[in-house]
Ligand binder design. Structure first.
Ligand code: GDP
Length: 327
């Protein structure tokens, strides 16, 4: 059986990727940090096949030990401080985990290596946030980076060091430049889930208002379940490379709000929404839209779930969760 090792296993993509790889017959190892991590305990209940391994992206010896234990064929580095707003207030931590964590993982792979005939293959979760103040629309693998947050800056370092290690040491290391990808398991701090959850709660009478930042920002939002398949496809190629995964469509935060409320049968969403500068960011990414033609041509990857279907899926899930909580 092939063996996969995933960092960031307790996050949205970790869950989807673990399920996907398990379905493909992999033994799946997930790295968890900390002592008595409650998210890990919950995940183990949901995915009983998963082997949890201790380790921390801030600690190189722990990464070496984790790889020695798991003996993986493929490593997926999804672990990061991944919330852009938080990266402004914890910039150094973000640089350490989201940026230097990639370097440590690459070093651990060089040390543990796999076998000569079967070297460890590496996937890095790069991000459309690297494009930031976009220099070109739509964005491709060749679009220059102009990050707008400490998170974006750390991801640029991670991306560049993957390319450097691939070219310097011949590692089979690939980066997926993934545009925003969402789903029912998205953290409540991200705008899609915040809005779908609020629409559900307002519909159920559990909440009366939704307080937002900018409604003008535009994102290329896809479904996380589609995107983890692309990660795996990248590592099945003979040659490592970088690929954009995106839907090629962009929607504003306002459209997201309007669609989420429409999903619960509320047309006059303006009645419930208020804006507060506390959700504004020191610098904003105004518009993202990706061109995934390279991934389509070379990997045969295409997203399946469109934006209205994604939002409706998330709203229905939040309705179920919130209704179960209601007295
Ligand atoms: P990001 O693309 O990784 O930053 O994903 P987010 O889901 O955190 O934010 C997407 C966009 O929504 C950004 O441009 C935010 O400024 C905007 N936005 C507007 N209001 C909110 C809010 O209340 N919470 C969050 N997370 N984002 C908001």
């Amino acid at each position: 059986m092939p063996r996969a090792f995933i960092t960031g296993i307790t996050g949205q993509d970790g869950y989807h990727l673990a399920e996907f790889l398990h379905g493909k017959g992999y033994d799946v190892y997930g790295m968890v940090k900390g002592q008595n991590n409650p998210r890990a305990t919950k995940l183990q209940e949901e995915l009983p096949f998963l082997e949890l391994v201790p380790g921390d992206l801030a600690d190189l010896p722990s990464l070496v030990a984790a790889l020695q234990l798991a003996q993986p064929d493929e490593v997926y580095n999804l672990g990061a401080i991944s919330f852009v707003a938080l990266s402004f207030s914890q910039a150094e931590l973000t640089a350490n985990i989201t940026g230097l964590g990639v370097l440590r993982m690459l070093e651990a792979i060089r040390m543990v290596g796999g076998t000569q005939d079967n070297p460890i293959r590496f996937y890095q979760a790069s991000s459309s946030e690297m494009f930031g103040k976009v220099r070109q629309t739509p964005q491709t693998e060749l679009t220059p980076f102009h990050p707008r947050s400490p998170y974006g800056c750390a991801k640029v370092f991670g991306h560049d060091i993957v390319v450097n290690y691939r070219e310097s040491y011949g590692l089979h290391a690939s980066s997926g430049i993934l545009f925003n990808h969402e789903g029912p398991r998205r953290g409540i701090e991200f705008v899609t889930r915040k809005v779908t959850n609020a629409a559900a709660r307002i519909k159920l009478g559990l909440q009366h208002e939704l307080v937002m930042g900018t409604l003008d920002a535009k994102r290329d939002w896809g479904y996380a379940g589609d995107y983890v398949k692309g990660m795996w496809m990248m590592l099945q190629q003979d040659e490592p490379d970088d690929y954009v995964l995106a839907t090629g469509e962009t929607h504003s935060v306002e459209e997201l709000v309007q669609l989420s409320f429409a999903s619960v049968g509320i047309d006059d969403w303006q009645r419930y929404v208020r804006q507060d500068p506390k959700f504004y960011r020191p610098a904003e990414v105004d518009l993202l839209i990706g061109d995934a033609s390279k991934a389509t041509e070379k990997l045969g990857w295409k997203p399946e779930v469109d934006f209205p279907t994604l939002i409706d899926m998330m709203v229905q899930n939040d309705l179920e969760i919130e209704a179960a909580k209601a007295p």
